[in-house]
Design a protein around this ligand. Structure first.
Ligand code: NDP
Length: 244
């Protein structure tokens, strides 16, 4: 990136929750921001307003991240709108929990497509730009369950473990091009995704004795993007000490 070029970040699934916090933290660090989302226009518009209040360029893109062609079209539009890309946060994700014996193929595929294949779809579209500019930072949102598994989440754990393998392999392939690739493994973070969990029981097992908040993850994203030039191929646990 030349010195007078703006820094650009793309955060998928950033209408709310962790993605929104990441977008805001990166905007505070001076990045222009592209966010993507599935359908919640009200939340996405609210996020865009908050980003613009930070005096950065911000634009939202609504499409299904599980759809290869939609990702390809959106990535093309984003690169046209913003010119280049410095940081990609592959964050969008869903859960479709249930014991494996009763897990439908539909729920398996929905989670794998939305949480794992989406990272391939988006990364494969933007990687040429990063290779050409000989710099870039890719952050994949994994999970503690990608490291330790979880009963009732075979689909989600497989997707999140897949992101870890993807991260480590890409880091090895792209290091020589000055592109860093890392994953974050959040523990239990207070968002819509976790709002129905019995948090009292969970907190008992967390050494720091609280649930995480989206800002805990966002600060780590900003650290990886801005202050970690010699960190690549890593999985950073942000879980209050739950998995050590
Ligand atoms: P939320 O449910 O709060 O937000 C999900 C985001 O992803 C929204 O912006 C949503 O858009 C978007 N999204 C969902 N499905 C699609 C789709 N098919 N196409 C495009 N966008 C989509 O989730 P969190 O913020 O809690 O989670 C963010 C990431 O962090 C996920 O990958 C999750 O697996 C991971 N994570 C979360 C943890 C937690 O405790 N919360 C723990 C570990 C990992 P819209 O608003 O339009 O629906």
């Amino acid at each position: 990136m030349s010195e007078n070029q703006n820094k650009i970040a793309l955060v998928t699934g950033a209408s709310r929750g962790i993605g929104k916090a990441c977008a805001i933290e990166l905007a505070k660090a001076g990045y222009d921001i592209a966010i993507t989302y599935a359908g919640n226009d009200e939340a996405a518009n609210q996020t865009i307003e908050e980003l613009k209040a930070l005096k950065v360029k911000a634009k939202s893109y609504k499409f299904n991240i599980a759809d290869k062609e939609a990702c390809s079209n959106a990535a093309e539009e984003i690169l046209k709108d913003f010119g280049h890309l410095d940081v990609l946060v592959n964050n969008a994700g869903i859960t479709r929990d249930g014991l494996f014996m009763r897990m439908s193929a539909e729920n398996w595929e929905a989670v794998i497509n939305t949480n794992l294949n989406s990272a391939y779809y988006m990364t494969s579209q933007i990687i040429k730009t990063m290779i050409k500019q000989r710099s870039g930072c890719i952050i994949n949102m994994s999970s503690i369950v990608g490291k330790m598994g979880n009963a009732g989440q075979a689909n989600y754990s497989a997707a999140k473990a897949g992101l870890i393998g993807f991260t480590k392999s890409l880091a090895k392939e792209l290091g020589s091009r000055n592109i860093r690739v890392n994953a974050i493994a959040p523990g239990f973070i207070q968002t819509d995704m976790t709002k129905d969990l019995d948090t009292e029981k969970i907190v008992e097992h967390i050494p720091l004795k609280r649930l995480g908040v989206p800002a805990d993850i966002a600060k780590t994203v900003k650290f990886l993007a801005e202050d970690a030039p010699y960190i690549t191929g890593q999985v950073i646990g942000v879980d209050g000490g739950l998995v050590v």
